[in-house]
Design a protein around this ligand. Sequence first.
Ligand code: NAP
Length: 337
Amino acid sequence: MDPRVAVIGATGAVGDVFLRVAEERNFPMSELRLLATKRSAGKSLTFRGKSITVEETTAEAVAGADIVFCSATSEASRLWGPVVREAGHIMIDDGSAYRMEANVPLVIPEVNGDDLEWHEGIVSIPNCTTTPLAMALAAMRRVAPLTRVTAATYQAVSGTGSAAVEELRAQLTAFGRGEPIPAPSVYPHQIALNVIPQVDSFEEDGFTKEESKMRNETRKILHAPDLRFAATCARVPTMVGHAEAVHAEFASEVRLEDLREALRAQPGLELMDDPAHNVYPTPLNTAGDDRAFVGRLRIDPSADHGVVFWCVSDNLRKGAATNAIQIAEELIRRGKL
Ligand SMILES: NC(=O)c1ccc[n+]([C@@H]2O[C@H](COP(=O)([O-])OP(=O)(O)OC[C@H]3O[C@@H](n4cnc5c(N)ncnc54)[C@H](OP(=O)(O)O)[C@@H]3O)[C@@H](O)[C@H]2O)c1
């Protein structure tokens, strides 16, 4: 029988895209329950042409699903993860609550799908900036061992959730009308017409949590615990699509032709790289696509064996909903539900 599915956070930015991606991929399910907080209980959402009423998240609803997709908050993941495990079912968690736990696989199916073999009831999906980066690095390190990575990100507001999308929209609308721009409430500074070099809160070492997540998660996915890594994450006033400028170094010489071939061979990744014709990925020209994109690949003359590239992916799709559904599809394929 097809799995019974529950979505915690169905009314959020990721939840909305999750429903669309599940429709597009015709994800098999015998039952679908849409869960959120009391605030949204009673709202109607449409799935496959039918209206479904959102319910408050309860133990009964969570335990009654074979697969629980959780795209809510860390608190919700921590609360409901044990209930799912206890019921012997599986939670696919979009949040950061479990990502670094030793018994929780952190999975991009096209990169480390084999890690699904050892799940114990919870599988995490990576942070939305980690996913395209890890896909590109996984491809490139087939050419030569990877030794060091530095990255700067340009992250869209939808990565913060629907309240941040509304904040940017309201600020842009006011600017367009020549009215005073409303004060920010989601971000520490106005995001319209600005770039904020802070994603999430700061840690003692001066990096933000987002920057630490990128480092730790990339290492876990690539099974490369000693990979030298540093990132600067910035929030930019785009709606959807996270972009990254990446410098990668290798243990031996690499040729661009070989790297291009490896990137073309990487499932789920598209090489979009024809600078002579202004062809490279941008948040706008890749939004709504389920793939990760790489462009502007070139040799880094400042490193012994280094390259520089640009990668982009839709944070709500491959960075969240699509990856979560692909994990479920892969679990079904492997008989690991
Ligand atoms: N946005 C991205 O690009 C992205 C990418 C990867 C991972 N993620 C992760 O996905 C999760 C959701 O992000 P989002 O951007 O969709 O956020 P969002 O737009 O703010 O939506 C949050 C959703 O979670 C629900 N929720 C909040 N607290 C809850 C609780 N205690 N119990 C049950 N449901 C609760 C909300 O329900 P109400 O409607 O009732 O408030 C809403 O449906 C986060 O963990 C985030 O880190 C996001």
